[in-house]
Write a protein that binds this ligand. Structure first.
Ligand SMILES: C[S@@+](CC[C@H](N)C(=O)[O-])C[C@H]1O[C@@H](n2cnc3c(N)ncnc32)[C@H](O)[C@@H]1O
Length: 333
């Protein structure tokens, strides 16, 4: 039996959920399913009861599909509802096309994002505008810039104001992207963050460089978080030349270096829970890679989850002092 967290996108007729006596049901705009959430939650998040395209359809602008590594909206939505209250401020320092921001403002939270590539921050802007036409009540803004210097990008007044950081580091310079038939079989497109000439994007660093840059970003986030604030980092298992890259350990190390405490490790499902089993939705390239590996005797499985690393800032830590230090005392409102 598979016990999963009752995410808002769970199906009503799912017999495997763990219910709590206080659970209440709602209709979820992302999955269109009846759902309930208990106060304590579970470490397995059923975040793919609907496919990515179904979760995004009508809720995100069409151009969003061009981003090579978008977060499933239900993952961001689950993190927001699990760790914040209406009116709280949510931050994504590597916000891509703005999934975290869109889900936060739909849930009545405010949100701020930073994105290195203007190509993606423009789409994030469009997604926020679109969410407001659909009744999202929260306020949101996106800053284009390098989040390793996040404290020089955001207003100083935000120090100690953020309740939750939800983010996902880039994993490798290229990802699966989309495919179209070409003369030599299939051709990939929309599979990179930029044209590869700008190395400021952490996607173009090796694992050590990525972890160092991510630690810098989380250090800035630590200052922006209020005491007891939470950081949720999702990392999809990633293989390079067929070998698993230990991104989750690098993320945990980066969080500790940033002064955060690792408090939980969850799993966000990329497969649907149906009739007591998991229904995977692999991409063409994932299937191809796993089939090849297994044919060659390597016992590889299809990836059906993302790791979710959860950190918190100590209740007794204040944030504004270190922002002042970082900015040399020249605080701007
Ligand atoms: C895995 S993607 C995040 C996708 C996002 N969660 C979404 O749903 O669209 C990582 C993002 O980090 C951005 N990025 C890379 N280096 C950065 C940096 N130094 N500062 C800010 N953003 C950066 C990339 O351009 C990419 O859009």
């Amino acid at each position: 039996m598979v016990a999963v967290a009752r995410h808002r996108a769970d199906t009503a007729d799912d017999h495997n959920e763990q219910r709590t006596p206080t659970a209440s049901s709602t209709i979820d705009p992302i999955g269109g399913h009846r759902a309930a959430a208990g106060p304590e939650g579970l470490s397995v998040w059923a975040t793919a009861q609907a496919t990515g395209p179904v979760q995004r359809r009508g809720r995100y602008v069409r151009e969003s599909v061009q981003h090579p590594a978008r977060m499933l909206p239900a993952i961001a939505a689950h993190a927001v509802t699990a760790y914040t209250r209406p009116g709280d401020l949510v931050l994504d320092p590597m916000c891509g096309i703005g999934t975290t921001l869109v889900e936060a403002i739909h849930a009545g939270r405010d949100a701020i994002g930073v994105e290195y590539e203007s190509r993606w921050s423009d789409i994030a802007d469009a997604n926020i505008k679109h969410a407001h036409t659909q009744g999202a009540t929260g306020r949101a803004g996106v800053i284009r810039g390098d989040a390793t210097s996040i404290l020089s990008l955001v207003p100083a007044a935000l120090a100690g104001q953020v309740a939750l950081v939800v983010t996902s580091p880039p994993y490798g310079p290229t990802v699966h992207g989309l495919v179209r038939p070409g003369t030599d079989g299939v051709a990939k497109f929309d599979n990179a963050y930029n044209d590869g000439t700008d190395r400021g994007n952490l996607a173009y660093r090796d694992l050590t460089g990525l972890a160092d840059g991510f630690a810098q970003i989380l250090t800035g986030c630590h200052t922006l978080l209020h005491p007891g604030g939470v950081v949720v980092v999702t990392a999809r298992p990633w293989r390079k030349h067929g070998e698993l890259v230990d991104l989750p350990s690098a993320v945990i190390g980066a969080g500790i270096r940033a002064g955060l405490t690792p408090v939980d490790r969850c799993v966000a499902l990329l497969a649907a829970v149906r009739d007591g089993g998991l229904v995977a939705r692999p991409s063409f390239f994932q299937l191809q890679a796993v089939r090849k590996a297994r044919a060659a005797g390597t016992p590889m499985h299809l990836i059906a989850h993302e790791d979710v690393l959860v950190f918190s800032k100590s209740q007794t830590d204040s944030g504004s002092g270190s922002l002042k230090d970082t900015l040399g005392g020249g605080m701007v409102a």
